[in-house]
Ligand binder design. Structure first.
Ligand SMILES: *Cc1c(COP(=O)(O)O)cnc(C)c1O
Length: 421
């Protein structure tokens, strides 16, 4: 229920549990949900009853994560089949159902504040949509999110309220942070956050790596996975699955021009800086918060980290070339984030060839978002109108509802207090 530990650090399990031998040997016989249940159980222990955990899994892992073969060796893990068409739906839905379980006996409503620059907010909003006992306020910067993102943020009703702030994303974040330290608000409202560092969003992201290994047909080959990365949450979840015993030989952290992690891995120096805007905007992160978790998984030893992770970065021109190449070569439409993942996989392969390392492995590129979310870039690159998935087209037709506020804390505070009185 607390996103951050009291000392400002991030939560991790005290130890990473291991899969049993029989679990890994029988993977093929297990459904995605069964995999989710058995994995979650190792972390949850007796804190949640078996029947309740089944119910949480049943209601949160309710869309597929298929592996699509581009050729005999190269595969795409599609994580965009959820309600907001990006992988964050997995974490958001599981976290929402888990929080719902833990607040069900409270008589006070839980109030969740989320500042968003687009994608995180909509995943969280859809995750909590209709959840009993929880109300969500989304703060987004007016005019600074895409048309699709704004529709996804502002067309839910029930327990989700979109606050359109006249200001920047930083202003939104500042309002949320100020609320958490304001004594009046803390007394009158039961406040919580749901940002990406919450461990309940990370754990469920390990499920789809396990489910992906299950789907690969050529057993016995090594498996390499390329993850388009920003805050490093997704790759951390993959590393956790690996450390539990999942046979993945190597992870590749694919970054755009925001290449702080790529530089860290090659130089050992961590130099956070201001993010720059790119086509793969969900990876525009200048100070990746999950780095401390990655470090911790490797006992803060850079050499150990390098033995399990490679990293390459690509700029926007290369990203566009990647979209085009994947379309021309394989007839597959990939989004800008996935394109960065593809390019990193290709570079890794070239490095393997030049070092005369083996290249007979299964290469899995993680596709983190549906290409229709980035329609302009993708359409222009492949010279074709790509189709909008039904649920996105539906959402675009709905009417926007938002409450417009200026960026002063007093305005925000009065508004929040007004909702309880
Ligand atoms: C959030 C996001 C990423 C980056 O994931 P991290 O866990 O922050 O590394 C990549 N692609 C898409 C589409 C995203 O929404």
């Amino acid at each position: 229920m607390h996103g951050l530990a009291a000392d400002g650090g991030l939560f991790l399990p005290e130890r990473i549990p291991s899969f049993s031998k029989s679990f890994l040997e029988n993977l093929r016989a297990l459904s995605f949900k069964e995999i989710g249940y058995q994995t979650a159980k190792l972390f949850v222990g007796d804190e949640i009853s078996e029947s309740k955990l089944h119910e949480i899994i049943e209601r949160s892992i309710d869309f597929p994560a298929p592996v699509v073969d581009l050729d005999n060796q190269l595969h795409v893990l599609e994580l965009f089949h959820g309600p907001t068409l990006a992988f964050k739906d997995f974490g958001a839905q599981f976290m929402a159902r888990t929080m719902e379980h833990f607040v069900k006996d409270d008589n006070r409503e839980l109030v969740i504040l989320v500042a968003t620059s687009g994608d995180t907010g909509s995943a969280v909003a859809h995750g909590f949509y209709g959840v009993e006992g929880i109300k969500v306020f989304l703060l987004y910067p007016s005019g600074k999110v895409s048309a699709i993102q704004e529709k996804q943020l502002t067309t839910l009703d029930k327990n989700i309220v979109a606050l359109e702030i006249h200001g920047t994303f930083d202003d939104c974040q500042h309002l949320v942070k100020s609320a958490f330290t304001d004594d009046d608000l803390k007394e009158k409202l039961n406040l919580s956050s749901a940002n990406s560092i919450n461990i309940a969003r990370l754990i469920p992201q390990s499920f789809y790596y396990i489910n992906a290994v299950k789907q690969l047909k050529s057993s016995g080959r090594e498996i390499i996975v390329s993850v388009p990365s920003g805050n490093l949450g997704n790759i951390t979840a993959g590393l956790i699955a690996k450390h539990m015993g999942l046979p993945i030989a190597k992870f590749i952290a694919a970054t755009n021009s925001n290449d702080v992690f790529t530089n860290y891995l090659s130089s050992g120096k961590f130099e956070p800086r201001k993010s720059v805007q790119t086509y793969s905007n969900a990876m525009d992160v200048g100070n990746p918060s999950n780095l401390e978790r990655v470090r911790s998984l490797f006992g803060d030893n850079l050499e150990n980290m390098e033995s399990e992770i490679a990293s390459f970065s690509f700029n926007d021109d290369e990203t566009v070339d990647g979209i085009k190449e994947v379309y021309d070569k394989f007839g597959y439409v990939i989004d800008p984030h996935g394109s960065v993942g593809y390019l990193a996989m290709k570079k890794y392969r070239m490095r393997s060839l030049s070092l005369q390392h083996k290249t007979n492995y299964d290469a899995v590129v993680v596709e983190t978002a549906h290409p229709a979310k980035f329609k302009d870039v993708v359409d222009n690159t492949i010279n074709r109108e790509i189709e909008m998935p039904e649920r996105l087209a539906e959402c675009m037709k709905k009417k926007k509802h938002s409450i417009i506020l200026d960026s002063k804390f007093e305005t925000f505070k009065d508004y929040l207090l007004g909702t309880v009185e």
